[in-house]
Design a binder for this molecule. Structure first.
Ligand code: HEC
Ligand code: HEC
Ligand code: HEC
Ligand code: HEC
Ligand code: HEC
Ligand code: HEC
Ligand code: HEC
Ligand code: HEC
Ligand code: HEC
Length: 471
């Protein structure tokens, strides 16, 4: 009965697979013991043949490096997977039915086996494959990394479920390898929102993409991903932050939104002609050689060393082509995933616009590596205040120095209540706000004398709120 059923099934499958399958499925269910039959009958004879050996508890196959490769494939999980209509041989085309299972085929290691299977996804998932090939993970693999993921590290081909199902956050494949970042994320504002409300809040791939993952600090980082959900973010900051889009360009979002993070200035080597970060060419490393030569004592690059380094880089391309661009960012990957609710975000201008401000105490010079990840060299922090004075370094304008001094002056004026021109707009608004608040307070005070408790209470809540948002 069983065999007949499968046979018929196989025959019909080749004609009008799913329609008839549905019908048969019904028949099978009404006739026979539910589980075993339902499983087998959805698969073709060939698959069942493979599974007759592989759906078993077995000791596994010993590989040349001593690892054990489990050979067990669960029929149940396979039938429930998105690949239930994909034949084993579509992916395992190199299996020779005559000798398979009888003769030992040597395999070096698990990783070697995974690598040998990597092309098997290409034929049916071209789009994902092409995107993946452009990723930092693929670049790492090309460079010999044993830890970076291939398709089958993120998707088990024998059990893969629809990616549309909402799974618990722990099911994200990223968590397996970026464990510390995952732990931080799980407790931050998005992780908690994701646990509470499901897919509206981002998981790793919503900010970094799943296949075309790029180095996180490359270009403008993941800012565009943030803005794709928080569409009004620029406007929401404009209310209190002058030139918000300028700030967004120079500051990575977690710098303000992960309030306990450590921060630093990243001076990026930048191609002023092509308008992008300079990247190290694969195979001809120049950055490390040059920075080491410029900093033989390993104390960090000083003003002069940085200056001559820039000159060297400019010899490659032409005068003024290579410049430095400053960016404020957080120190570690964990820091970047500790975003908290908006009331805790940094809005005190003095955090940055003040002599000796904390974010400017740590400075690094970077070039984008061949895979996009930054290669760094420490820079002495004094450089920020001294280098800018020397106009000789054309195009080198870093955040933190002359500009900051000017801003200090502006801020002092704001604090003294003197309306200054560049940020006058905001100051006026603030002045008006306090006048408005004063008038409102007087009005309410007058009213509460006659009305009693209610409005007084109301007023108090308002007061608290405005105190919070100002601090
Ligand atoms: C969509 C492609 C695909 C299909 C379909 C597929 N496999 Fe695989 N299989 C792979 C890949 C890729 C690997 C290597 C996985 C890894 O890296 O460990 C693999 C590994 C295996 C292994 C080694 C053990 C393991 O899990 O790594 C066995 C045994 C196996 N497959 C059997 C089967 C059988 C039997 C079927 C059909 C019922 C099947 N496969 C269908 C892609 C596929
Ligand atoms: C007669 C039992 C049997 C059948 C049928 C069978 N296998 Fe295997 N398979 C084995 C054994 C035994 C091994 C371990 C071989 C070794 O140690 O080299 C194995 C190993 C494998 C491996 C690991 C890689 C390798 O080559 O060692 C894959 C993948 C695999 N089988 C897939 C399949 C697929 C796909 C089918 C159906 C087309 C299939 N097997 C049918 C017994 C079987
Ligand atoms: C012979 C064609 C074929 C091959 C080869 C193949 N797949 Fe698939 N894959 C499918 C089909 C058909 C589906 C069903 C969903 C669909 O229509 O996209 C699917 C679905 C998936 C899904 C779920 C998609 C979703 O919509 O959520 C993932 C993930 C996936 N495959 C990964 C892989 C990986 C990884 C490999 C290589 C190990 C691979 N596939 C090889 C045909 C294939
Ligand atoms: C670093 C982990 C990772 C790697 C490597 C990876 N994927 Fe995915 N893939 C995901 C995640 C996560 C999703 C869920 C979709 C999302 O959130 O964008 C996904 C979704 C998919 C989907 C369904 C959605 C779609 O875009 O069609 C397919 C098919 C797929 N992957 C195939 C592949 C193939 C083929 C490869 C190898 C070229 C691959 N994946 C490599 C993590 C990965
Ligand atoms: C809300 C968006 C968001 C989510 C969700 C997110 N990240 Fe990030 N990730 C970022 C930002 C922002 C950075 C820092 C980029 C920069 O320098 O500007 C970053 C940086 C990284 C880095 C680089 C760390 C380093 O050492 O420089 C890795 C790796 C990373 N994320 C992995 C993950 C993983 C894994 C997850 C899921 C557990 C995840 N991210 C979830 C936004 C996100
Ligand atoms: C099989 C392990 C593995 C998986 C799974 C994996 N990664 Fe990675 N990833 C790595 C390794 C190894 C590196 C390089 C070392 C590093 O930077 O942490 C890397 C690097 C990165 C980087 C670049 C780090 C930088 O400095 O900017 C990002 C971003 C990233 N991964 C995000 C993800 C996301 C998102 C996922 C899930 C969709 C994921 N990774 C899944 C192993 C993995
Ligand atoms: C200079 C520090 C700073 C930077 C840089 C910054 N933010 Fe904010 N952000 C804040 C503060 C402070 C608040 C709270 C404002 C309030 O309470 O009205 C806030 C509020 C928000 C909110 C909540 C808005 C609302 O009113 O509901 C979102 C979303 C947000 N920021 C996203 C971002 C994104 C995305 C970036 C990067 C592109 C970013 N922020 C960069 C300081 C900053
Ligand atoms: C997939 C959409 C999505 C992406 C991408 C995204 N967020 Fe969010 N974000 C949300 C959701 C949903 C919430 C929870 C909203 C709520 O609770 O009101 C949230 C909450 C926040 C909050 C807290 C707001 C508050 O009211 O306290 C901040 C700050 C924030 N996100 C910043 C960012 C930053 C920075 C990035 C990029 C690094 C980013 N978000 C990327 C969807 C997203
Ligand atoms: C997290 C650090 C940080 C905070 C907080 C911050 N700024 Fe800035 N600000 C910067 C940096 C860095 C620049 C330089 C951007 C650039 O490259 O031009 C800047 C630039 C400016 C500029 C010049 C913008 C232009 O048009 O070029 C003004 C004005 C300014 N900030 C005012 C403020 C005020 C007022 C506040 C408080 C409400 C504030 N900033 C909060 C870091 C910060």
């Amino acid at each position: 009965m069983n065999a007949l059923c499968t046979l018929t099934n196989r025959h019909l499958l080749s004609h009008a697979k799913s329609l008839i399958l549905l019908g048969l499925f019904g028949v099978v269910l009404s006739f026979a013991g539910p589980q075993a039959r339902a499983e087998g009958s959805e698969l073709a004879k060939e698959e069942l043949a493979c599974l007759s050996c592989h759906d078993k508890v077995e000791p596994g196959k010993k590989l040349e490096n001593g690892e054990i490769l489990s050979l067990a494939i669960s029929t149940k999980a396979y039938v429930e997977s998105m690949h239930k209509e994909t034949s084993c041989e579509d992916c395992h085309s190199d299996i020779d039915a005559k000798t398979h299972g009888k003769k030992i085929t040597p395999i070096k290691s698990k990783r070697d086996f995974t690598l040998s299977m990597r092309e098997s996804c290409r034929a049916c998932h071209k789009k994902n494959f092409t995107q993946y090939e452009d990723s930092v993970h693929a670049a790492l693999i090309k460079d010999g990394s044993k830890e970076a993921p291939l398709c089958s590290d993120c998707h088990n081909p024998h059990t893969v479920r629809s990616t549309k199902t909402v799974e618990p956050i722990t099911a994200t494949p990223c968590a397996n390898c970026h464990e510390n970042i995952f732990k931080a994320y799980a407790k931050d504002v998005h992780g908690l929102a994701r646990i509470a409300n499901g897919k509206t809040a981002p998981l790793c791939a919503d900010c970094h993409k799943a296949h075309n993952v790029q180095a996180a600090s490359l270009g403008s980082g993941v800012k565009d991903a943030c803005l794709s959900c928080h569409e009004n973010a620029v406007d929401q900051h404009k209310d209190w932050l002058p030139n918000a889009s300028r700030h967004f360009e120079a500051i990575s979002c977690p710098v303000c939104h992960a309030p306990t993070a450590q921060r630093r200035v990243n001076l990026r080597l930048y191609d002023n002609v092509a308008m992008k970060q300079i990247s190290e060419k694969a195979g001809v490393p120049q950055f490390e050689k040059r920075t080491q030569a410029a900093d033989t004592k390993d104390l960090g690059l000083n003003e002069r060393a940085l200056w001559s380094l820039l000159k060297e880089f400019n010899q490659d391309g032409g005068e003024g082509k290579t410049v430095l661009r400053g960016r404020l960012e957080v120190l570690s990957g964990v820091d970047a995933h500790q975003l908290s609710e908006k009331s805790k975000a940094i809005r005190d201008c003095k955090t940055c616009h003040q002599k000796g401000a904390e974010p400017f105490q740590s400075v690094t010079l970077t070039i984008a590596g061949p895979d996009g990840r930054p290669i760094r060299h420490v820079v002495q922090q004094e450089v920020l205040t001294s280098l800018l004075a020397t106009e000789s370094v054309r195009g080198f304008y870093a955040i933190g120095s002359t500009r900051i001094k000017l801003l200090d002056t502006l801020l002092i004026m704001v604090m003294l209540g003197a309306v200054s021109v560049p940020i006058g707009h905001m100051t006026i608004k603030r002045l008006f706000k306090s006048v408005r608040e004063k008038l409102a307070a007087e009005r309410i005070a007058a009213r509460s004398e006659t009305d009693g408790q209610d409005s007084t209470h109301h007023r108090r809540t308002d007061d608290d709120a405005s105190k919070n948002s100002r601090s």
